[in-house]
Structures are given as structure tokens and as C-alpha cells.
Design a protein around this ligand. Structure first.
Ligand code: 9UX
Length: 71
């Protein structure tokens, strides 16, 4: 498993948090997804053989939010 953090844009309420988490969990190989509204960060543990940071990022965008990978 790999653990990554992404910065999330556009979350304004607690339901937004669950929308983002649900979007992330649509990918195969997601072990854990925790989104923090206050810090606007998602922490994701995933199997790199089944999905990728870019696929995770796109799934958040599909859910209607912004997502960037900090460098
Ligand atoms: Mo409620 Mo958060 O519509 O967008 S889910 S504000």
C-alpha cells in the first residue's frame, strides 16, 4: 500500500466530505480514504498495482471537486 495526500478544492460542508470520499472509493484498490474539511486534504491508502494517484485525482474531479497533488 501507498499513502498519499491530495489537496481538495471546493468543499463547503460535511456532505461534500462524503461525496469526495465516495468518489475516491469508486477506484479499485482503495484501502482507506479520509477527507478533512478543515485542512482540505484527502489522505488515501491504495494499492499502486490497482490504481494510481492520477486516477484518484480524476475520480475527485468527477465527483465535482478540485484536486491537486502537492509536490
Ligand atoms: Mo451540500 Mo457540500 O449541497 O457541496 S454537499 S454544500
Amino acid at each position: 500500500m501507498e499513502i498519499i495526500q491530495l489537496n481538495i478544492q471546493g468543499m463547503t460542508c460535511a456532505a461534500c466530505v462524503s461525496h469526495v470520499e465516495k468518489g475516491i472509493r469508486k477506484n479499485d484498490g482503495i484501502d482507506m480514504a479520509a477527507v478533512n474539511l478543515a485542512t482540505e486534504k484527502a489522505t488515501v491508502s491504495y494499492d499502486p498495482e490497482k490504481t494510481s494517484v492520477e486516477e484518484i485525482r480524476q475520480s475527485i474531479i468527477s465527483a465535482g471537486y478540485g484536486a491537486t497533488v502537492p509536490r
